[in-house]
Design a protein around this ligand. Sequence first.
Ligand SMILES: [Ca+2]
Ligand SMILES: [Ca+2]
Length: 234
Amino acid sequence: MSKGGLMRRRTLAFTLLLSSWAATADAASVTFTKLTGLTGGSPANTAVFKADLSSLGLAELLSITITDGSFGLGGAVGQFSGFDLDAVRISTVDCADAACAAGAASAGAIDFAGALFTPGAQRPTVDPKLFGTGPAGNTLNNAVATLGAFDANSTTDASAFGFLSMGDGGQLRVNLAAAVSTTGLYLYIGEVGDNGEVAAGSVEVSDQPVPEPVTLTLFGAALLAAGARRRLRR
Ligand SMILES: [Ca+2]
Ligand SMILES: [Ca+2]
């Protein structure tokens, strides 16, 4: 392909991306109720929060964004800073206690392998990376976090397992494998430690997918191409 052809293709990618971003995405913030009791692994100290997704004005659910809102309050430091997320589950079972949520059948698969994670800040003393993250600390390692199961060992010693520490202000975005009707649908999230760290009030659900990494790469390439064009014109 000629340089001109390559440039045109990059410009097209840029344009398509902008138009898809400009499309109105229906999203809503959810309100959580804390369930009674605790669940998890050993020790089992995971608090579970429930949100009713049927009253948000969204017909379908396709993505979930969870943002730490702890502002440095509560919980541990270093790699365990911020909201410690044990599990995320959607279910049509209306639970009143944590054990019920841990056992409730899932109403739709969540694509944890494709999760987008933005690490939050660690509180001193800072560790190489947050707990439950990949090698560079900016991805989810779901082999450690097991976000499909309420199974976290609520400890900060060597037996810590089964959760993701998001860091202060950290954000996790996941897509569902397929859109799910919100009729009679509940969202459950588990917080390890039950120590006052919160994500409530900053969880958003949407009927639009979150951007895939490949899209972001294309976007970056388009920006580079646009920059190159500007430099050439000078
Ligand atoms: Ca924490
Ligand atoms: Ca887990």
